[in-house]
Design a binder for this molecule. Structure first.
Ligand code: SF4
Ligand code: SF4
Length: 179
């Protein structure tokens, strides 16, 4: 009979030898493999004390950028949310009022901006879609946590502090051809 896939194998009814029946050679073979790994270079690191070198364009935790004057760049256009395949981004747009020109770059800004880090697949499409260079992924790793609510990152976690800017220059000048 013709098989449905090319993965089928014919079953052998060959009688097991004495060595095969007592399993000891197979057990020792397995133990030998384990023993060999004791003397090999370890691939594990003691994270978080120790970290591996990351690519300059590693896609980790997002940052919402400020401009040179410290104003939030995001204008709540929603393009990042629309482009997000995981529907991880939500926001509420508000109109900038008189006197807030030093806080928000554009006349419209995101009064609420949230990313659900449990949904996010760190694809970077939000970064690519943003016309204002307001959102970037960074080499920071999202911290582990016990509660699901802790993974909804609001502006308090996403907007970069005025005095602790997040350097994304390497992402902006990355030469994919030569690196
Ligand atoms: S990195 Fe991808 S999945 Fe995560 S928020 Fe941005 S677009 Fe959505
Ligand atoms: S981060 Fe960029 S794409 Fe997303 S709402 Fe703000 S300006 Fe628009």
């Amino acid at each position: 009979m013709q098989s449905l896939t090319n993965r089928s194998q014919s079953v052998s009814n060959k009688k097991m030898s004495f060595a095969e029946r007592i399993y000891l050679p197979a057990v020792f073979g397995g133990m030998w493999i384990t023993l060999k790994h004791f003397f090999k270079k370890k691939n594990t690191v003691s994270y978080p004390e120790e970290t591996r070198p990351m690519s300059a364009i590693y896609r980790g935790q997002h940052v919402l950028k400020r401009d040179e004057q410290g104003r939030e760049r995001c204008t709540a256009c929603g393009l990042c949310a629309v482009s997000c395949p995981a529907e991880a981004i939500t926001m509420i747009a508000s109109e900038r009022t008189k006197g807030e020109e030093n806080l928000y770059r554009e006349e419209k800004y995101a009064s609420t901006y949230e990313i659900n880090m449990l949904r996010c697949i760190f694809c970077g499409l939000c970064e690519e879609a943003c016309p204002k260079e307001a959102i970037f992924l960074t080499d920071r790793i999202v911290d582990a946590n016990f509660g699901r609510d802790e993974f909804i990152f609001g502006k308090d976690k996403l907007v970069e502090p005025v005095d602790q800017r997040v350097d994304v220059s390497k992402r902006q000048i990355w030469d994919y051809q030569n690196k």
